[in-house]
Design a protein around this ligand. Structure first.
Ligand code: DX5
Ligand code: ZN
Length: 214
C-alpha cells in the first residue's frame, strides 16, 4: 500500500479547502505543504498559518516540508504538523534536529537533493520515519522527473531490508502515474505529488495515481 501526499504547491490557493477535500475523497493519505523562504529556494510558499487553517477543513495528516535555511530556528512553529521534513543539507546537526522534531510530538522526515550523497545519512536511518528523495531541484512544481533518483531509492530499499528498518521511502518531484510506477518498482512507497494531483479533479487524480502503483 503506497502513501499518497498531494502537494498543495500546485493547488489553487483561492480554493484550497475544496482542493484538499477533493484529494481526501480520492483517498489521499496526507497533505504535503511546502514551506519556502526565498533563501534556500528562490520561491515562497505557505506558512504555519496554512497548517492551522487547513486543520479546520480536513482530518488528513499535515506534512510540512521545510525548504528553508536554518529550519532549527522555526521548528516549533510547525508543531501542528504530524510530520516535519527537513532538507538534510540545511542543518548542522541532523540528529539534534530530528530529536527536536520528536520532542514537538511530530514524526520526522529527511529530504535529500539530487546532488547529495546518501551514505552520510546511514547513521540516521533508524531515527527517521521518512527518507524523501528529491527527483527535482526543490523550489518549483511541474519539473521533469530525474530518473537517476531511482538509484537512491534502490539503495535505500536495500538498506531498509538489510537493517530491518521501518522508514518510508519517498519521492518528491515529477511524479505522474508512469514515474510513480517506476519508483514503486525501485522500492518507493511514499509520494509527494503536486501538479499531477491538482491539474484537474484531485479526487480522480489521486485514484489514478493509486491505480498506477499496481
Ligand atoms: C518542490 C516541492 C514539491 C512540489 C512537487 O520543491 O518539494 O513538493 O510540489 O511538485 P510536482 O509534483 O509538480 O513536481
Ligand atoms: Zn515538497
Amino acid at each position: 500500500m503506497i502513501h499518497l501526499s498531494p502537494s498543495l504547491l500546485a493547488a489553487d490557493t483561492t480554493h484550497l479547502a475544496a482542493a484538499v477535500q477533493a484529494a481526501e475523497r480520492g483517498g489521499a493519505n496526507s497533505l504535503h505543504i511546502d514551506i519556502m523562504d526565498g533563501h534556500y529556494v528562490a520561491n515562497y510558499a505557505f506558512s504555519p498559518k496554512t497548517l492551522s487553517d487547513l486543520r479546520r477543513v480536513t482530518t488528513l495528516p499535515l506534512h510540512a516540508h521545510l525548504e528553508v535555511e536554518n529550519p532549527d530556528a522555526v521548528l516549533p512553529l510547525f508543531a501542528a504538523a504530524q510530520l516535519i521534513i527537513v532538507q538534510e543539507d540545511t542543518t548542522p546537526d541532523l540528529a539534534a534536529t530530528l530529536a527536536t522534531i520528536r520532542q514537538l510530538g511530530c514524526a520526522a522526515g529527511v529530504a535529500v537533493n539530487r546532488s547529495r550523497l546518501l551514505e552520510p545519512l546511514l547513521p540516521h536511518l533508524a531515527a527517521v520515519d521518512l527518507l524523501l528523495v528529491m527527483a527535482v531541484e526543490p523550489g518549483f512544481g511541474g519539473q521533469l522527473f530525474d530518473a537517476s533518483c531511482l538509484d537512491k531509492v534502490r539503495w535505500l530499499h536495500q538498506r531498509r531490508v538489510a537493517g530491518d528498518l521501518n522508514f518510508a521511502i519517498g519521492v518528491d518531484g515529477g511524479i505522474q502515474p508512469a514515474t510513480l510506477a517506476e519508483a514503486v518498482a525501485a522500492g518507493a512507497d511514499f509520494f509527494a505529488v503536486g501538479s499531477a494531483a491538482f491539474a484537474g479533479d484531485p479526487a480522480a487524480a489521486v485514484r489514478a495515481l493509486r491505480a498506477a502503483a499496481g
